[in-house]
Design a protein around this ligand. Sequence first.
Ligand code: 0GY
Length: 310
Amino acid sequence: MSKPTTGPFEKTPGWLDWFDGPSQPQFRLPAGAVDAHCHVFGPGAVFPYAPERKYTPCDASKEQLFALRDHLGFARNVIVQATCHGADNRALVDACLASNGRARGVATVRRSVTDDELQRLHAAGVRGVRFNFVKRLVDFTPKDELMEIAARIARLDWHVVVYFEAPDLPELWDFFTALPTTVVVDHMGRPDVSKPVDGPEFALFLKFMREHPNVWSKVSCPERLSKSGPPALHGERAPYRDVVPFARRIVETFPDRVLWGTDWPHPNLKDHMPDDGLLVDFIPHIAPTPELQRKLLVDNPMRLYWPEEV
Ligand code: 0GY
C-alpha cells in the first residue's frame, strides 16, 4: 500500500496516519468475505472535507482501500460515510462506482435531499443512511428530521445505520425502536469493556437486540473499545482480548444479525493505529466456528447489501 498523502487540508493535530504496512493475516477469510465498515477520505483536493467537520483526516483514497481489500483477502467493501464529509457523498459514490460492483455504500443525507438524488445514490450502490449520535462527531439533528428521512429511504428498501455510545441508549431507545427499517448499530453501541459483560449496561444492549429482530450489530472496532492497550505491531496476534467476550456474546446470540468491518482508515485514533492484518486475526476469537464466520463475513452482509445475488 502506498503512504498516506498530504492534501490541501491540514489534518487535526495529534491525528495518526493509517498504518501502511498491514501484516498478512493468519486467519484465512472465507470466499466472498465483506469488509462491512470502512471509509474513504477525500482525497481532499478532489473531494473537499465538509466545512462543519469536527476533525480533518489524512487522505485515504479508494485505490488505497481496494489495495487493502485485496491484501487482506476480502471480496467486497461496504463504504460508510464519515462525518468529515458531512452530507456530501461524492467521495463515497466515486469509490462505489469505481469498484466494479464490489463496493456498496451507506450515505448521509439531509431532509433537503431530493428523490432524484436518492435515486442517483441508489444507482451508485448506496443501500443505507447513517444517523450519528456521537456528540464529539456531529451537531444535533432533530429526531423528526431523521424519522422523515427514514420513512423516505424505507421505500427504497434501504436501512439505517446508527452510531451512538452505550450511556445514550436509554434516551435513544424509543427513537430507534420506531424506525421502520432494519437498524444496524455501529461498533456494538460502544460498550465500556471495563464493565462486566454480564452487567446492566451490556444487558440493555442485548435486550435491545433480543426484543427488536430488525436490529443488527457490527461487532467491529476492538481497537477503539479496548482498554487493555495496543498490541505491539507484528507481535501478539490475538489483540484486544478485553473486547472479545462482548463481541463473541453478540455473534453467538444473534448469528444472523451481525456484520464485521475493519473501520479503515480508523478515524480519530490518538494512541495507536491498528495493523489491519491483526484486526482480521481478531475474527476467529469472536466467531469461533466456520459457520459463524461464514454468516458474519459473507451471508449476513450479502443479504443486506447485495440481496439480488443471494
Ligand atoms: C467510525 C468511528 C468514528 C468516526 C466516524 O463518521 C465518523 O467520523 O464514524 C469515531 O470517531 O469513533 O466508525 O469510523
